[in-house]
Ligand binder design. Structure first.
Ligand SMILES: NC(=O)c1ccc[n+]([C@@H]2O[C@H](COP(=O)([O-])OP(=O)(O)OC[C@H]3O[C@@H](n4cnc5c(N)ncnc54)[C@H](OP(=O)(O)O)[C@@H]3O)[C@@H](O)[C@H]2O)c1
Length: 320
C-alpha cells in the first residue's frame, strides 16, 4: 500500500479507501451477510487500507465497529457522516450532534477521525457553515472527533458550487467530491484550492454504475453524441473507451478509471465501494499502478474535459 498525508489533518492515509456505502454497502447491498462484509473489511485492512468511510445513513457503521475490533484503534482512519437535512428540511444542530453520538456507539469507538456533513447542497451551505459547524467544533473539543469534513451531493451539484465555497472556509479539513474519466470539473474548480489550502480529499463516483455496468457507458455516449457533446464515433462503437486498453496502458475500464483519478494532483484517497473480494484486490492493484500514459490522458482531456456531471448517478437505495 502507499500512504499520503491527508492535507492539514496530518493523518497518514492509504491511497485506497474502502467506501462502505454506495450500491455495494460492503456487500450488504448485494445480499451478503454481515459476517461476509466483516471479512471483506478485514481483508482490506490486511492489504494496507486504513481509510474506512461510512455514514449514519449507510447501515454499515456497526459492522465496521466489529471488523476493527481486532486491530489497534490508531491503525484505522474512521470517517463517517451525518445528514443536516431530511427531505430538504433542515435538521437542528442538536439532531446532528445526536447522530454523531449514535455513530460513536454504532462504531463502538471513543473517537471518529473524520466527521463529515453528508450531501450538502449549495442551498444548505450557509446553514452548514454558520449553524452546524460551530456546534460541532464544541463536540470536537470534547474529543468526539478529530477533523471536520463536508461532502457534496454530486448528482445534484454538477458544477460543485458548494465545494467552490467550502474550499475557502478554514473549518473544513477534508472534502469529499466526485471526479472521474468523464467528469473533470474539479481539476480547475476544486483541486487548485484544496492544494493551496491544504485540504484533504476523498474521491467518490470514480466508477459507480457507468464504468462498471455493461451497456451504461455506450448508452451515455449515444446521448452525448446526439447532443453534440462528444464526437459521433464514440456512439458508434460498443467499446467507446477501448482506446485506453492496450499494452502499456490500462488492462480494463475499471483499471483505467481508478488509475486516472489516483494520480490527479490534489487527490489523496480514492474511495471505492465493493462487496466482492476480487474487485477489492483488483482495485487496490490498479491504484498502486503508474498513471495512464500521457497520450491517453491528453485524449481524455480533449474528448471529455468540457463535460459536466457524467457518471454522477444516485445509488439505488439512498439519497447521495
Ligand atoms: N455524498 C457522499 O457522501 C457520497 C456519495 C457517494 C459515495 N460516497 C462514498 O464513496 C464510496 C465509493 O462510492 P461508490 O460505492 O459509488 O464507488 P465506486 O468505486 O465509484 O463504484 C462502486 C461500484 O462499482 C462496482 N465495482 C467496484 N469495483 C469493481 C471492479 N473492479 N469491477 C467491476 N465493478 C466494480 C461495485 O460493485 P461490486 O460490489 O460488485 O464490486 C459498485 O457497484 C461510497 O461507498 C461512500 O463511502 C459518498
Amino acid at each position: 500500500m502507499e500512504y499520503v498525508t491527508l492535507g492539514k489533518t496530518g493523518l497518514r492515509v492509504s491511497v485506497a479507501g474502502l467506501g462502505c456505502g454506495g450500491n455495494s454497502q460492503v456487500g450488504l447491498g448485494h445480499g451478503k451477510t454481515e459476517a461476509e462484509a466483516i471479512a471483506l473489511v478485514r481483508e482490506a485492512l490486511d492489504m494496507g487500507v486504513n481509510v474506512l468511510d461510512t455514514a449514519a445513513a449507510y447501515g454499515t457503521e456497526a459492522l465496521i465497529g466489529k471488523a476493527i475490533k481486532t486491530v489497534p484503534r490508531d491503525r484505522v482512519v474512521l470517517a463517517t457522516k451525518a445528514s443536516i437535512h431530511r427531505g430538504g428540511v433542515r435538521l437542528p444542530p442538536t439532531q446532528v450532534v445526536a447522530s454523531l453520538d449514535n455513530s460513536l456507539r454504532q462504531l463502538d469507538t471513543d473517537y471518529i477521525d473524520v466527521f463529515q456533513l453528508h450531501v450538502v447542497s449549495p442551498a444548505l451551505y450557509d446553514y452548514a457553515f454558520n449553524d452546524i459547524a460551530p456546534v460541532l467544533l464544541r463536540e470536537k473539543e470534547k474529543g468526539k472527533f478529530r477533523h471536520l469534513g463536508i461532502t457534496e451531493t454530486s448528482p445534484n451539484d454538477h458544477e460543485q458550487r458548494m465545494l467552490q465555497r467550502a474550499v475557502h472556509d478554514e473549518v473544513w479539513e477534508v472534502v469529499m467530491l466526485g471526479f472521474n474519466l468523464m467528469h473533470h470539473n474539479a481539476r480547475a474548480k476544486v483541486f487548485p484550492h484544496t492544494i493551496a489550502n491544504r485540504i484533504g480529499t476523498f474521491l467518490m463516483f470514480v466508477v459507480r454504475h457507468i464504468f462498471s455496468q455493461p451497456g451504461r457507458l455506450e448508452a451515455k455516449m449515444r446521448e452525448l453524441a446526439d447532443a453534440g457533446q462528444v464526437p459521433q464515433w464514440l456512439a458508434e462503437t460498443d467499446n467507446p473507451l477501448g482506446f485506453l486498453i492496450h499494452a502499456g496502458g490500462a488492462s480494463s475500464l475499471t483499471d483505467a478509471a481508478y488509475r486516472f483519478v489516483r494520480h490527479e494532483p490534489g487527490v489523496h484517497v480514492v474511495l471505492f465501494g465493493t462487496g466482492n473480494v476480487d474487485h477489492l484486490r483488483a482495485n487496490i492493484a490498479s491504484l498502486l499502478k503508474p498513471p495512464l500514459p500521457v497520450a491517453d490522458r491528453q485524449q481524455l482531456a480533449e474528448l471529455f474535459g468540457h463535460l459536466l456531471g457524467v457518471g454522477l448517478e444516485l445509488p439505488y437505495h439512498s439519497q447521495a
